[in-house]
Write a protein that binds this ligand. Sequence first.
Ligand code: GDP
Ligand code: IMO
Ligand code: MG
Length: 437
Amino acid sequence: MPSLAVVGSQWGDEGKGKIVDYLAEEAQVVARFQGGNNAGHSVKVGEELFKLHHLPSGILRKGKLAVIGNGVVIDPGVLISEIDGLESRGVSVANLRISDRAHVIMPYHKLLDGAEERLRKGAKVGTTGRGIGPAYADKAARLGIRMMDIVDDGLLREKLGFLVPLKQRYLEMCGDATKLDGAAMLKEYSAHGTRLGPFVTDTGAIVRDALKKRKNVLFEGAQGTMLDIDHGTYPYVTSSATVAGNAASGSGVPPSAIDDVFGVVKAYTTRVGEGPFPTELLDDIGKTIADKGGEFGTTTGRSRRCGWLDLMVTKHAHALSGFTGLAMTKIDVLGGFDELKICTHYRLDGKKVAHFPADLRVLQKCEPVYKRFDGWEDLEGAALDRVLKRGFSALPENMRRYVRFVEKEMGVPVTMLGLGRRRHEILDLRKRKWKNK
Ligand code: GDP
Ligand code: IMO
Ligand code: MG
């Protein structure tokens, strides 16, 4: 490794959890650096399925330090349920560390998430409703409550003293008549603080120390580049920076400490919630991909919109995060189609579009230009086992063509190739010789 950031290169749900779970075997520390419980990372270990929202995927590997960094927003009640759920399944969370600087999602954030969405009328973002946007907004407005505040109920009492009346007024303005109960909130969140207190610490210092000792550190991204607050399809984005640069700031380490960045690229594209999606397939092909890929949200259970792989999107992601490797997931889902397509670029008024447009009105007018590929048979059973044993050269020729085309266009090698849901159904191509030609 020794330090590697894993980030989503599309609209989230690329399979980051599975990639991090695989790589975590070699790491000593796994740190989440942004997002909150809007994230849903599914990891299949044997026949057991784990759905992680707050906890880094490294928690499933024994003995790894699992860090929730300062850039994350935490719903303490949800985190406690997640911890209890894992412990009841025999997974220890003794190695969990939570940043004292991480911000807390409060009950009024969840109410406001819903109220603001309702007020947007036709321009809903389609949020997960977890209070993420309002919590990050309060952080930026210096009205946030941090994990250290709930551990010390004196600090919490002081902050709630002015925040509850303020939020009450804002809720009323947003048309939500819920009466906030400051005393109940204080009691509930102090109890959460007592429960989580033993895990709360200066995680930045811990991760920096691990890096200094040349331990392998994995930074686990949530969401994806097109949901980035600055670089995504604003306003149809989440409220944090999802690009690799934030792995440093969101976990309290210098950018120079990050050696490698893997961009997770689903072999096709999906999106949950509202917003533009140029290569979306509204036909039977889109439906087949959704069914085969089990494309339902890990967090909200909503159907994911599906479309062809879009290199305008993944190139934008690479330009921002500087991938040193691509983890291509779910290529198995594309088996059994006669033909496949990849969007190589967009055309506008007869001209090739150079960069991903900021203006969604411009994006709407862009026409995706596709290259077509011959399909391949489904890779299952003995054929899959053979590939997992023999490696890249044993893959169907047309699948190799598809992968090589993406590598060439992106100028980045595919270092991992996901061939199924389970932990071992992945080709580790980090040692494969690759020439950029
Ligand atoms: P994340 O949010 O980026 O971690 O992705 P999700 O967990 O929300 O969604 C990815 C889904 O695809 C999960 O259900 C994974 O179990 C599954 N998955 C990950 N990699 C692969 C793969 O290579 N093949 C298949 N068939 N499923 C995969
Ligand atoms: P993972 O980590 C896919 C989407 C929501 C909505 C927008 C804003 O599993 O890849 P928010 O609740 O964040 O304010 O919603 O972002 N979204 C995700 N889509 N995967 C995610 O996380 C997402 N987290 C948020 O659907 O469109
Ligand atoms: Mg997900």
